[in-house]
Design a protein around this ligand. Structure first.
Ligand code: ATP
Ligand code: MG
Length: 154
């Protein structure tokens, strides 16, 4: 078990160069949410979503990571102000090798596996992942990850 905040804070330094170059303002608003399971896989899952939120972002954009919790689960939203994902493709981006548009995405590189891996990892932890438009910012994508809280041993 790890504090979600600690996990996120261990990922962000990997991207400090692109955050600086693109002048992305990163905001992390997490409480006491904990993550339980295979922590290396969960690291990979959050890493891939954050990586996308930066590489599909625009110069001077923002990336916001928030967490809330209920008794049963914790929900994390990773929202960016990048190029966004057309609604008709928002289900497809979790498929292996799917990229929205080769011409659009070629310059940032990638093969289209990141989110397929994320979905597998989250589902292996009995969680769910969805994406929608980042309505708060009027542009960009917002990924929601929900993970069940660890059950107290009875
Ligand atoms: P990689 O395997 O290196 O992660 P990738 O980033 O292209 O390559 P995915 O992470 O699986 O692959 O994402 C699939 C596609 O979904 C991307 O190619 C891109 O078109 C779209 N996408 C994913 N995240 C975002 C985002 N935050 N903003 C806009 N488009 C996105
Ligand atoms: Mg990716």
């Amino acid at each position: 078990t790890i504090l979600a905040e600690d996990l996120i804070n261990s990922i962000l330094p990997d991207f400090s160069e692109s955050i600086q170059e693109k002048e992305i303002s990163v905001t992390v608003e997490l409480g006491e949410q904990e993550l339980t399971g295979d922590l290396e896989l969960l690291y990979r899952a959050f890493y891939n979503v954050i990586e996308n939120g930066l590489k599909y972002n625009v110069q001077g954009g923002s990336l916001t990571i928030t967490g809330t919790e209920t008794q049963d689960s914790s929900q994390f939203v990773i929202a960016d102000t990048g190029i966004g994902i057309p609604k008709e493709y928002q289900d497809d981006v979790f498929q292996s090798l799917f990229r929205v548009d080769d011409a659009r995405d070629r310059k940032v590189g990638g093969v289209g596996l990141g989110l397929a891996i994320v979905k597998k990892i989250i589902e292996a932890h009995q969680g769910t992942i969805t994406v929608e438009d980042n309505q708060e910012e009027g542009r960009g994508a917002a990924f929601s990850l929900t993970l069940p809280n660890k059950k107290e041993a009875s």
